[in-house]
Structures are given as C-alpha cells and as structure tokens.
Design a protein around this ligand. Structure first.
Ligand code: SF4
Length: 462
C-alpha cells in the first residue's frame, strides 16, 4: 500500500519537482517509512533521491534542491510502506536499473510480487533481494528482449506475476509508462492535457492539484507517454478483483476507486452495521480518522448522536503502516480522550477494521479508565483473518486477532470491550457494488486459480 506518482511535461519552465512533491504529500497516508523520486532529463540522464521517512525528510536533502534547475522530461516518486524487504530506507524506491546509459529505467511500484523468487529464477535475475528489485530487473530485461519496449515488457510481466501491482516506469529514452496489474488490485489514475501527463495512486491527489479530468487506469492497462502522445493498451485480461480493503481503510476518503466513492462505501458500511445492532448505547465515537465515515453512517442509522471522543495526534501517522515494535508505542501515544464526551456513557466505538487488535484494545481500556460505562466495539469490515500477498503487510496469520479466534465473546474480551460486532463479507461486497472484488483477507479465497494461503505463504517469505 505504497503511494506512487509520476509527472512528465513538454511545457517550458515547469517545475517537475514541485508537482511530484505535491502529489507525494497528498499520498503520504499510503506510506511513511521512506520516500524517493527519480528524474530523467531530456538528454536521458537520470538522478535518484531517496530518504528514510516522509516526503518532508526527502525535502531536507540539499542535493534535491539542485535538481530544480535540471531540464527534466519527467519524474516519478514513491512513498514507501514495506511489504517486502526490510523496514526503513534500504529498499526505498524508485529503483534505477541498467548500467548502460542508452537504456536505463527507474521503477516505483505499489503492491507485492508473491512469486518474485520464481520470476528471478526463470529470467536469470541475480539480484533478488526483494520483489521491487526483481520487478525492476524483469521489466528492463523483458524490454531489452523486445527492442527496449517497456510496454511489451509490462504485457509479458502481467502474465507471469502472482500478486498485485501498480507501477510507474521512467526510461532514459525518455518515456513514461504506467501500469496496473490484470486484476487491478491497487489503484492508479492519470490525467493528460496535451502538455502535461500526470499520474497518482489516488484520484484525490490529482484533484487537489487541479487535474479534475482524471481517468482510472483499467485493470491490465498500460499507458505510455513519450512527450508527444499517449498510447493506451490493455494486457490480456483476468477478471478484475480490486482490493476491498482500499475502500475499508487504505484509500483516502475523497478518492474514487473503480468508479466507486470511498466515502460512499465507508458511510454505507456504517449504516449496514447499524441495521443489525440492538445494543443500548448513548453515544457513537469514531476512531479517527479512518473510522469517521463509518461512524457517521452508524450514527445516522441508529439515531444516536456522534461525539468526538478521541483526538488523534496527526504527527504520528497511521499505526497500521508502522513497522513491528513501533505499533504498540504508537497505539499509546496516538490518541487523546475527551472525558466529557464519554464519561458515564455507553459508547459505540466505531472503527473500519481490526487487524492485530493492538490499537483497539488500548483505546477501549482507556475509555473505561476515564469513565465510560460500557464500550461496544463496532467494526465496519468483516474480521481480517488471512494475510495479503497483493500489497498489504500482514505476512503471518498468527499476527491477526481474528485468526486466533472467531468467537465474538473472546474477541470482546481481548479488546477489553463489552461486546463486539462486525459487518459480514456479503455486506461488504454489496456495499462496494462491483461485479467482483478481492475479499481474500476476509475469506481466505485468493483470486489465483488453485493457490491456497499455504501455497502463497510458501511462495512469498520475507
Ligand atoms: S487480500 Fe485483502 S488487503 Fe489484500 S488485496 Fe485482497 S482485499 Fe486487499
């Protein structure tokens, strides 16, 4: 669940750097561990800058400012949340491959390539320390085999990858190519106005910068811009199965994914949750920020007032996308509590999901400590029970609270709550409203023919 962005232009005196930095700031919620950009000048020379931390840490690099003066054809950028390789900046993207200056490529991607070791073996790639290194080397190798054609390379790649990816590729030709895997797990959109080509993981990033006429890259879509025109091709298809968890948690509320509003889905899930609930509660308290829209839907559905009982520390980022060891610390520091909003009240505490349960248990305990009479945890998604191999870092089943037990009484006990309720898988699929979506982390049924969770776990190991 990293964020990726790209920008290329033929306009004179346009700051490629300013645009990419702005896009990455709008995508920061998708990853905070490392940031990076790669530029290619009109003469084909490439520069890469990566830094541990957020895009603001990257901005602190003095050498980055020097590139403001480079006459760039294009730039790609990345905000990292690790799903493979180490935590920190050792696998920061973009990655540049190719010593030969006549054909060098920079790659940034959002996703996970579950069979990257197998691909490395089949293509004879020696550097297989992580899925992004294999993906980058594979794109270059396959492109060289087809006359330096990155579009052909991505078409071939789409038929051999098990996993999910959205990718941006900048070549020294120069050329900018963006692509989404054939099942379309991860989002990617772009806009082209005749002079500027711009792409980002989420539509909200494009809209904030004024690119309102964005188009979502279709599942299997490969879009190429060479400074003169845009070429659109689609790799031979699979049934699209976009990630349901993007709607539940990952994507920004103001984004659209596969033509469906993220806000609409979250509101609808809260409303659905309220329809089957008879617990007596006095107030609805959202877990900010990602639980807010669901709490609003739940509050409206139950006719119970919404209260801001939790105050989030915005400087700590998202707990879910923190490396192990940091999550417990973040769970403690992240929230302040509004005593007057919850004291002596029976609280419906609404969040989007429970993955490990670390944060929710800490919140429920604290609410009771400051005087809440009862805490009823309401979760707008189904129990998250299986790992993801398509771009979300839950590598082991043992980490998942709902894998350890599906008994709601036990879950409530583990969360220090009086009761707990979830939406079911059918409701989630119904509210999203697409013909198909990936629900594998809730069902254990992965959209790769014949592959079970055990097969995928064996295939992909850190
Ligand atoms: S397994 Fe879950 S998180 Fe992963 S792509 Fe499918 S729905 Fe999304």
């Amino acid at each position: 669940m990293c964020g990726i962005a790209a920008f290329a232009t033929t306009k004179k005196n346009t700051s490629c750097l300013g645009t990419i930095i702005s896009l990455l700031i709008e995508l920061q919620h998708r990853g905070q561990e490392a940031s990076g950009i790669a530029t290619v000048a009109k003469d084909g020379t490439a520069h890469t800058y990566v830094s541990k931390g957020t895009i603001f840490d990257l901005l602190g690099m003095s050498s980055l400012l020097e590139t403001m003066t480079v006459d760039a054809f294009g730039v790609i950028g990345h905000t990292r949340y690790s799903t493979s390789g180490g935590y920190g900046d050792s696998e920061a993207q973009p990655i540049v491959v190719g010593n030969d200056s006549s054909f060098r490529i920079a790659v940034a991607f959002n996703g996970t390539i579950a069979n990257y070791k197998q691909i490395a073996k089949e293509l004879g790639i020696k550097n297989c320390r992580s899925d992004v290194t294999v993906l980058s080397e594979a794109i270059r190798k396959l492109a060289l085999e087809s006359g330096k054609d990155v579009v052909e390379a991505l078409k071939t790649l789409s038929s051999i990858v098990i996993g999910g990816y959205s990718a941006v590729v900048l070549t020294s030709e120069p050329r900018l190519v963006i692509a989404r895997d054939p099942r379309g797990f991860r989002p990617l959109s772009y806009a082209y106005n005749g002079e500027e080509f711009v792409a980002a993981s989420e539509t909200s990033a494009l809209e904030v910068l004024g690119y309102d006429d964005w188009v979502e890259v279709p599942a299997g879509g490969i879009i190429s811009y060479d400074g003169k025109s845009v070429e659109v091709v689609t790799a031979p298809g699979e049934c699209p199965t976009p990630c349901a968890f993007e709607y539940v948690y990952i994507a920004r509320l103001d984004s659209v994914f596969n033509g469906v509003s993220v806000y609409g889905v979250r509101l609808g899930l809260g409303y659905e949750l309220s329809k089957r609930d008879s617990a007596e509660v006095d107030v609805v308290v959202p877990v900010p920020d990602s639980g807010r829209a669901a709490a609003l839907g739940y509050s409206r559905g139950r006719g119970v007032p919404l209260e801001e009982g939790l105050v989030v520390n915005r400087y700590l980022g998202r707990g879910f996308i923190m490396p192990p060891g940091m999550r417990e610390i973040i769970a403690k520091l992240k929230y302040g509590f509004v005593r007057s909003a919850v004291s002596e009240k029976r609280v419906a505490l609404v969040d989007d999901s429970i993955v490990r349960g670390t944060t929710m248990a800490a919140i429920a305990s604290r609410l009771k400590h400051i005087g809440a009479r009862e805490v009823h945890v309401r979760i707008s998604s189904p129990p998250f029970r299986y790992p993801c191999f398509m771009g979300v870092d839950v590598a082991s089943r043992k980490e998942l609270l709902a894998w350890r037990t599906m008994n709601l009484g036990d879950v409530a006990c583990m969360l220090n709550a009086d009761s707990v309720a979830f939406n079911n898988v059918e409701t989630l699929a119904k509210v999203i409203g697409l013909p198909s979506a990936c629900l594998a982390c809730f069902t254990g049924r992965y959209p790769f023919k014949g592959l079970t969770v055990d097969d995928l776990e064996n295939m992909f190991s850190r």
